[in-house]
Ligand binder design. Structure first.
Ligand code: ARG
Length: 468
């Protein structure tokens, strides 16, 4: 090449109608290769499927296809081994690979792009990428859910202060609390599975937007790439990014859940709560305060939630004013999408490692539960079962609680005479229902906190996970 300009012009695969080289700024500004190169595996898979199909329908000869296929495979190897020279002048992953193919196998390489466009090519690449990453996310979710049911089983009889308004409300089984997290993640799992169904359609063959005049076989390429079937409408195929937005929405809600979980872990790991101990390898120290063990990992997960939700908002806004069909705006879908997926996977990985290593401080949990008059509702229920209307029972117990606060003791520490003074329905066996164990055991129905219920919920969850 004689000059930068010559190289620039000759290397542009679309350079034919241009009489001057691209402005250097524009070249940099419009290029996506710095970030879309990570799609190379999918791009090559898509190209091979496309070429195989062209061969099947008689557009390429068997020999041409085999040259294209082995050329692409050797490019795949070069990229994987870090021996590929990515060039901004070639704009994106697609043109870098196509250009390298022609350099490698000569004229035949120029036939690869017959009957397709970068528009259906990129739509195919990201759908393949999204599908793979959904599978990775699903596997991590299953790992965390398994850790949660293991923890729930281990701690099914551990008394824990159930909170509302962050005030002690009623005693619960710590295992039951863990199963609440299990349920949240179970809905997340279902959302990703659902999102995968719509992502797993092949846009290949839509070409630029209108389809192609070649006798393509879209079912065949769909099948080769493991898609459920081709998309229905060529215009929609190149413009649709709903699947990316759905993924971002599912990821944002998942992160919201992890953030709430993280908030609890941060609180529970504090000296004030002291409910759990996080593994040392998941905490960090302070550069100034020697005593500190900071729950950085859950804190960061809480913090990264905003980042993922931000990407969802970016993607929604990216799409909102686009006329049909493909617009260059769509190139902006990649960085948010990549970053949100990377972030979610890291956070899930952290949880999958951290949860099995969490230890519970049962004594602190028990003491905290004893502090908040957590069995007051049980006393009211006791009076109701003896014939008092609930509202009256509520009032009586409220008065007894006020007295106990004055005496600085728990309801169960009041004497029978003291308790009887609030209602003559109160008899000695009242102390059974004022115990924390009695309180959780009493909530013995499907979805309740009785340890027996927790264990059967664990068993049901195990069966469900085994079917995945
Ligand atoms: N880099 C582009 C993207 O990410 C690929 C498709 C480009 N198509 C086009 N007609 N300029 O969306």
């Amino acid at each position: 090449m004689s000059s930068k300009e010559d190289k620039d012009k000759s290397s542009k695969l679309w350079g034919g109608r241009f009489s001057e080289a691209t402005d250097e700024f524009v070249q940099r500004f419009t290029a996506s290769v710095d970030f879309d190169q990570r799609l190379y595996q999918y791009d090559i898979d898509g190209s091979i499927a496309h070429a195989r199909m062209l061969c099947k329908v008689g557009v390429l000869s068997a020999d041409e296809f085999s040259q294209i296929e082995s050329g692409l495979e050797s490019i795949r190897e070069e990229i994987t081994n870090g021996n590929f020279n990515w060039s901004v002048e070639l704009e994106d992953v697609h043109m870098n690979i196509e250009y390298a193919l022609t350099e490698k196998i000569g004229e035949v390489g120029k036939k690869l792009h017959t009957g397709r466009s970068r528009n259906d090519q990129i739509a195919t690449d990201i759908r393949l990428y999204v599908r793979d990453e959904i599978d990775n996310i699903l596997a991590l979710l299953t790992k965390i859910q398994t850790a949660l049911i293991d923890l729930a089983e281990r701690e099914s009889s551990t008394i824990f202060p159930g909170f509302t308004h962050l005030q002690t409300a009623q005693p619960v089984s710590f295992g039951h609390h863990m199963l609440a997290w299990y349920e949240m993640l179970d809905r997340d799992y279902a959302r990703f599975v659902d999102c995968r169904k719509r992502a797993n359609r092949s846009p290949l063959g839509a070409a630029a937007l209108a389809g192609t005049s070649f006798p393509i076989d879209r079912d065949y390429t769909a099948e080769l790439l493991g898609f459920d079937k081709p998309t229905n409408n060529s215009i929609d195929s190149v413009s649709d990014r709903d699947f990316a937005i759905e993924l971002a929405a599912a990821a944002s809600l998942l992160m919201t859940h992890l953030s709430r979980f993280s908030e609890e872990l941060v609180l529970w790991a504090s000296a004030q709560f002291n409910f759990v101990d996080l593994p040392d390898r998941f905490c960090t120290g302070s550069s100034i305060m020697p005593q500190k063990k900071n729950p950085d990992v859950p804190e960061l997960i809480r913090g990264k939630t905003g980042r993922v939700t931000g990407h969802l908002v970016s993607l929604l806004n990216l799409m909102k004013s686009q006329p049909l069909a493909y617009n260059k705006d769509n190139q902006e879908d990649k960085e948010p999408l990549f970053d949100l997926i990377d972030t979610v996977k890291d956070c899930l990985f952290a949880y999958s490692e951290m949860l099995p290593a969490i230890t519970c401080n049962k004594k602190a949990m028990l003491e905290a539960t004893m502090k908040g008059f957590a069995t007051a509702t049980d006393l009211a229920d006791y009076l109701v079962k003896k014939g008092l209307p609930f509202r009256d029972a509520h009032k009586i117990v409220g008065t007894a609680v006020a007295f106990a606060i004055e005496q600085r003791c728990d309801l169960s520490e009041l004497t029978l005479t003291q308790l009887e003074s609030y209602s003559d329905l109160i008899e000695p066996e009242v102390f059974d229902i004022l115990t924390l164990e009695g309180s959780i055991n009493a909530r013995d129905h499907q979805g309740g906190t009785a340890p027996a219920q927790v264990r059967s919920a664990v068993a049901a969850a195990r069966t469900a996970l085994a079917k995945r």
